[in-house]
Design a protein around this ligand. Sequence first.
Ligand code: CLF
Ligand code: SF4
Length: 290
Amino acid sequence: NRPEFDEGLLRKIAEHPCYDKKAQHKYGRIHLAVAPSCNIQCNFCVREFDCVNESRPGVTSKVLTPQEALEKTRQIIADYPFIKVVGIAGPGDPLANKETFETFELIKKEFPELTLCMSTNGLMLPEKLEDILRVGVSTLTVTINAIDPEIQAKIVDHVVYHGKVYKGIEGAKIQIKNQLEGVKAAVDAGIVVKVNTVLVPGINDKHVVEIARKLNELGVYIMNIMPLISQGAFANIEPPTPEERKAAQQACEPYVLQMRHCRQCRADAYGLLSQDMSQMSEERRKLIKI
Ligand code: CLF
Ligand code: SF4
């Protein structure tokens, strides 16, 4: 059910290190950590770390203002011209922070040729889609860990929606509805959508194929099945083995293209996926004072 993309989008996909496995060695991304707040509580999330729907935990990324993020982009793009993608992936949920949009506006104005990318838990996707399109995001990741509210309720403790807290199944229903509606609307609007699914043994491992079938129906471009990072309320759940993850990917592959080279980046990572320069060049970071 995948939509046809025009030449411009096909080029963006071919130069996106996460969307095209061949691109990962040639092209890089920079993440701008401008989004500290989150509007849900995943059971595998410890808030001192980055959003683990997209990232691996580490030392929390330093939160930047939109202006600081623009300056950081200027410096890093000058040094690493192979960076073609500017992403916002936390440390919280990008759609729960207005700075996300301010940042993209600044970046688009100065670097119109770069691909703007975002990763979200999808809770606010239907109502923020217009803003996402306005600022020029063309590749979007939504983390969908279940499409069955009973399963989702085991993964997310609560959601905060329009100022109200919804626990368990009630919250799960709201989030799933918004994720699926939002993904459909984003695909229809011409955004290239990727879905991240955190594989949690004993909770959603038997359910991932059902998710993949739904993604096929919705026209999602690619699915990224990520291993659970055991922490928070899920500290006692063993992460899947590489074989279990491989089996899940294989089972989903008939329905939706699989990403297998994810590095579970930090919310402030930059460079090639294989070289996380946010951690490798502390010295340089000091030099550019960010
Ligand atoms: Fe960043 Fe994510 Fe965009 Fe890539 S990461 S916002 S789609 S530019 Fe990529 Fe990193 Fe895996 Fe994410 S390897 S964690 S999938
Ligand atoms: Fe944590 Fe990300 Fe889940 Fe928010 S969406 S609770 S930051 S893992």
